[in-house]
Design a protein around this ligand. Structure first.
Ligand SMILES: NC(=O)c1ccc[n+]([C@@H]2O[C@H](COP(=O)([O-])OP(=O)(O)OC[C@H]3O[C@@H](n4cnc5c(N)ncnc54)[C@H](O)[C@@H]3O)[C@@H](O)[C@H]2O)c1
Length: 335
């Protein structure tokens, strides 16, 4: 990294991964912030941050001209306010996923990013997960031919989170966690033009939203997709993903040390599966930060900028709307 970026992190639970990601890239942690004094002290001690650089009020970070980049890892409902304040102050913002919970909030962040001279990156971290990066490379190189169907799932038991901000009805599982699978599908094969979804509610009666949703998707180019989101499933966390192409099939996830590739031989039949070793790193915060630093310092586009994050929110909201109305919904990508 040419210039040493001065980084602050707001929200110090998942946000600690951003401290580690930035440090791994040689950035300086200039300040940290958490409204919970205990979380703040814990992170301060763990990363040896000087006392005078620990804040409980994020406005201290907004107003510090020395800070270049701020990672925002607070509850999703606060992304809009904090990201917009930071952008207005000229900070580059690495905002956790989902960009926002509502279309109005996503639009406000897109507008703030447009008028600011700074960059915003949404932490859609699956784009830096080794198995998914490999799947993207295999698709782009034509190894599996033309994709005709893709499915991805976000299966994560939220049982222990039902008393937290994650139970907010606006934080439907499809948006909060399912945005990972939706964003992955958008990255791998493009934007679905129509979605249709069913919701189930059997596992987490304490939350107002469905705890399982299945959505099917139609893309422009004779391709279909499916997303399954379960926030009460009785199994370990996974994002199993299968990509079917005219010449091959990829089976992968974000928690296994291998992925599987089938390709058709000369007779057109699939040969034996090829097992490919992959690093297990489903929160690759260092690579994510490196990509953001590279975009900032090299003045290059951000892969998951505000508009890209907003489009993923649009698909998630379309899925929720479809499951609630029983109608096909066309995501609105006009941001
Ligand atoms: N990329 C991923 O895979 C992934 C994984 C987990 C969480 N996340 C995202 O990261 C964000 C944080 O999630 P979490 O699991 O750490 O939540 P959490 O509730 O465990 O922690 C949030 C932290 O933010 C602090 N906070 C709340 N309001 C604040 C404010 N106004 N100013 C400063 N600090 C404040 C809280 O005290 C807490 O320490 C969310 O947007 C979540 O969706 C992403």
């Amino acid at each position: 990294m040419e210039k040493q970026l001065k980084v602050a992190v707001i929200g110090l639970r998942f946000g600690m991964s951003h401290i580690e990601g930035a440090m791994a890239c040689g950035a300086q942690i200039a300040a940290i912030c958490d409204s919970n004094a205990e979380h703040l002290r814990f992170a301060g001690e763990r990363y040896a941050i000087p006392e005078e650089k620990l804040f409980t009020d994020y406005m201290e970070i907004v107003s510090d001209p020395a800070i270049d980049v701020v990672a925002v890892a607070v509850p999703d409902q606060l992304h809009r306010q904090i990201a917009c304040d930071l952008l207005r102050a000229g900070k580059h913002v690495l905002c956790e996923k989902p960009l926002a919970l509502t279309r109005a909030d996503a639009e406000a962040i897109v507008r703030a990013a447009d008028v600011s001279g700074s960059r915003l990156m949404v932490g859609q971290i699956c784009r830096y997960t080794p198995a998914f990066e490999k799947a993207k490379a295999l698709i782009d190189s034509g190894t599996i031919g033309e994709v005709y169907f893709i499915e991805s799932e976000y299966a994560h038991d939220y049982m222990y989170l039902v008393d937290t901000w994650r139970a907010d009805p606006d934080r439907h599982g499809v948006i909060g966690g399912g945005c990972h699978a939706v964003d992955l599908i958008r990255w791998l094969v493009g934007d679905p033009q129509e979605v249709f979804a069913y919701g189930m509610h059997k596992l987490l009666p304490q939350v107002a939203y469905d705890d399982a949703t299945i959505a099917i998707m139609k893309f422009d180019d004779n391709t279909a997709g499916k997303v399954f989101v379960s926030t009460g499933c009785k199994r370990d966390y996974t994002m199993r993903t299968v990509v079917y192409g005219t010449k091959g099939t990829i089976i992968c996830d974000n928690t296994s040390p291998t992925m599987t590739l089938f390709t058709a031989g000369e007779n057109g039949m699939a040969g034996a599966p090829q097992i490919i070793d992959v690093e297990v790193n489903n929160h690759n915060a260092a690579k994510e930060f490196e990509a953001f630093a590279d975009a900032i310092l090299g003045n290059r586009p951000v892969l998951t900028d505000a508009r890209e994050g907003a489009k993923t929110v649009a698909v998630c909201r379309a899925i929720v709307e479809s499951s609630e109305t029983g109608r096909i919904v066309k995501p609105d990508y006009t941001f």
